[in-house]
Design a protein around this ligand. Sequence first.
Ligand code: URA
Length: 266
Amino acid sequence: MESGSDHQTARALLEWQVELGATEAIGDAPVNRFELRQEAPGPARKAPARPRAASCAPDRPETAADDPVLVARRMAAQAEDLESLAAAVAAFDLCDLKRGARNTVFADGNPQARVMIIGEAPGREEDLQGRPFVGRAGQLLDRMFAAIGMGREAAHPESALYITNILPWRPPQNREPKPEEIAMMLPFVECHVELADPEVLVLMGNISCQALLGRRGITRLRGKWTSALGRPALPMFHPAYLLRNPRAKREAWHDLLMLQARLRES
Ligand code: URA
């Protein structure tokens, strides 16, 4: 083959490779990297990182010790009171949300309260202050309950509220919590409810319904008594939803009156 034709063939080959998506020339001859790996291991590599929490690494845990849900269950089960549970939640390292959070948001209000409110997850303001429901939605929540004579500052269990969330750390950009994040924090929530021992639960919005009832669809669930963790539970519209949809405050008022009536009955 004369050199002109060589040149044309090489050029055609190159064009064909570019057509196929090649963007870089990395060697004159092809290299079989599978053979290379077997024959020449090369310099020692860093030990592979320990499998990460399921929230961000969907790999299956290798042993029970790596399963975030089992670890959470074990840690929660060891807590004997709310203080040690709060410490256990703060020490739980397998949820990646913790890394992006400024504070662990455990609870607020009076743990003796007859009513325990369970929200979704901290937002920006809650993350900054380390207390649940202190942003705009939280202020609305306070006004809603004040309208039936209840509040987080109340000393008497009759009129007091105890408030927590399914997740103690703010999801980035307030995105919806992932199922695996909910699953790994649920043992702590279950233990939290058991230790606080409220008479009734108020489930604020879809995420807490999903976590504790296994269902969502707050428009249908709200305003009907159901049972969660063996206790009467009332799903309600989340106050953040009410801020966006003020017309739904009518239904929220109805639900607050239902709650008040139930508390008066017993
Ligand atoms: N929304 C929630 O569900 N919880 C908070 O603490 C704040 C906003």
